[in-house]
Write a new protein. Structure first.
Lengths: 154, 112
């Protein structure tokens, strides 16, 4: 197990979009970008139960995540992997939703983005309603088992 | 009359052009475990050349998924996922002709 240092954890929290890689029960890869919340022990990613990512995690119980963050002009990228599962209980969803709201919704950049796309707000509401009809909201929880800081060299 | 549904899907070719400078990552499976790496990507015709930055290239014929995405805020989020079998050029470079492509752009949410 690679422990996440406080410094690493602060970088993980600063990332905006994670790339989540999973494997299906037939050993096929999947890769998708998702919003996330990081703690010292877990990466939490929101996605409905019907998505390929959630179905794969339920099938195989593992996931790997790339998180890139830029702070004060410096960019770092981490690869995090570990056991994963899908949570749909109200407590997990509430915890995730509050953390996501703090990270993403209460952000001046998001407010400006929403203002610029005000005409799409109703469609977004309908999109999430359609998604909910296909399956409940869920949180993929990846327990941090291994963390690598990837080389800056490109 | 079918109920209108909302969609975020867009044309993969158009989005590929828009994502020419996007973040790229690539994943495949070895012995049941997923390998995930950053990548750089170039396109020529329908063929992708992918340079794998953080791992050795997968074995020839391995199914790979290439993700190009950008945006941080909701309506800027867009992504192109392309899936196909890898041909290996060298220890860090693969090429593939995608057999499945999925593209979405939250800035183009609409009813259809």
């Amino acid at each position: 197990m690679t422990l996440v240092t406080l410094n690493d954890a602060s970088w993980l929290r600063a990332g905006r979009v994670a790339r989540l890689a999973t494997v299906s029960s037939r050993a096929r890869p999947a890769l998708t970008p998702l919003y996330f919340v990081a703690t010292n022990e877990e990466i939490l990613l929101g996605t409905p139960t019907w998505t390929l990512a959630a179905r794969n995690v339920r099938a195989t119980g593992r996931a790997t995540v790339l998180i890139e963050a830029t702070v004060h002009g410096e960019t770092r990228c981490y690869r995090v992997s570990g056991p994963a599962d899908v949570h749909i209980d109200p407590t997990s969803l509430r915890h995730y939703n509050v953390a996501v709201a703090r990270k993403y919704v209460v952000h001046v950049g998001q407010w400006l983005n929403t203002l610029r796309h005000a005409k799409l707000i109703g469609v977004r509401r309908a999109y999430h309603r359609d998604s909910s009809a296909r399956g409940p909201a869920a949180v993929i929880v990846v327990r941090v088992e291994d963390v690598e800081r990837l080389s800056d060299a490109r | 009359v079918p109920e209108p549904v909302t969609t975020r899907e867009v044309d993969p070719d158009e989005l590929a052009r828009a994502l020419a400078n996007a973040r790229v990552s690539v994943a495949w499976v070895v012995d049941g475990n997923v390998v995930l790496s950053r990548a750089s990507l170039s396109r020529e015709g329908g063929t992708l050349t992918v340079r794998v930055l953080d791992a050795p290239a997968p074995a020839p014929g391995t199914e790979v998924v290439v993700l190009s995405d950008d945006g941080s805020f909701y309506f800027d989020l867009r992504a192109l996922v392309e899936r196909g079998a890898a041909s290996v050029s060298d220890e860090r470079t693969i090429s593939l002709t995608p057999t499945v492509r999925t593209a979405w752009d939250y800035g183009q949410l609409r009813r259809r």
